[in-house]
Write a protein that binds this ligand. Structure first.
Ligand code: ADP
Length: 269
């Protein structure tokens, strides 16, 4: 979009003297559009579970007290908790995102990435799911200078996505290693559904989903990759995405060599 928006003002500065002032507000206008879209998206994302939740509440209110069996009551409560959990997840991811955008980067400390990988695998109960998960070249001695909670959320988002978008019997390979060029690479490779070339450039946008219905059904908030991209930027890293529609994706965080913590034995020398 090459269009330009100019704000033109006629300023009177004395009798019969006018000054024509023109300002390029293209950037400002774009920011305003982004902000409006964002607010509209947030409202929409929260309204969907809220509507379902109030629907169930109304139904329950209208029912005579004894008309539900305890099984049915349990079922309703479960459905309602799901919607509440969904809203909680959206709000929590929004808060994470706004913290990442508005707070200065904390003092970096050596972070054991392989430990974060193992925690993420356990927390997501990834190992008990239907895919085959491998941890390859995980170098425990390779430590990163960074902020552990931020890195933990990036690692966990990428692993969770691989699980979400890889069907049963697919393969997920997680690696953390030093590349030949000296950079440190965290990567998650899957043999899942992949991303089409049309969607690929947009998946890190907030609430962008390649397949709306399907992605929502997986329980994601649509904010995971936006958060991951921010964490990458705050660690001078690049988020690289390679994907083939229908056959799988590889998401990598590539950290520059200066982000690698000196090995413990180097320091002792
Ligand atoms: P969500 O909560 O919807 O997963 P994300 O921000 O994490 O949101 O991802 C944005 C979109 O990118 C997803 O909705 C999905 O369409 C696509 N995506 C992310 N990871 C993968 C993956 N490993 N394989 C295929 N598609 C993916």
């Amino acid at each position: 979009d090459q269009s330009l928006t100019l704000l033109v003002q006629l300023v009177n500065y004395g009798i019969d003297r006018y000054l024509l002032v023109s300002r390029d507000i293209t950037q400002l206008e774009r920011l305003e559009t982004t902000r409006k879209d964002f607010v509209a998206n947030v409202s929409h994302e929260l309204r969907t579970p809220l509507t379902v939740l109030s629907g169930f509440l109304e139904t329950l209110q209208d029912m005579p007290p004894d008309s539900l069996t305890s099984e049915q009551r349990k079922h309703y409560v479960e459905l309602m908790s799901e919607q509440a959990a969904r809203m909680e997840a959206i709000v929590s991811d929004l808060l994470t995102l706004s913290t990442l955008e508005s707070t200065p980067v904390a003092e970096p400390e050596p972070v054991d990435m392989s430990a974060l990988v193992h925690t993420a695998l356990q927390q997501g109960r990834v190992l008990s799911r239907d895919q085959h998960v491998f941890v390859e070249h995980c170098e425990p001695e390779l430590q990163l200078l960074g902020v552990a909670p931020e890195l933990a959320s990036a690692v966990s988002n990428l692993i969770t996505n691989a699980v979400r978008y890889t069907p049963k019997d697919g393969t997920i390979t997680v690696s953390w290693y030093r590349d030949d060029d000296g950079s440190a690479v965290f990567s998650v490779q899957d043999t899942g559904i992949g991303i089409s070339p049309k969607d690929l450039p947009r998946v890190t946008e907030r609430f962008y989903r390649a397949d709306r219905g399907r992605s929502r059904a997986t329980g994601g908030t649509g904010l995971g990759l936006a958060i991951t991209k921010h964490v990458a930027m705050r660690h001078d890293a690049e988020l690289r995405i390679q994907s083939r529609y229908g056959s799988g994706s590889t998401f990598s965080l590539v950290f520059p060599a200066r982000r690698i913590a000196a090995a413990a034995n180097d320091g002792a020398a």
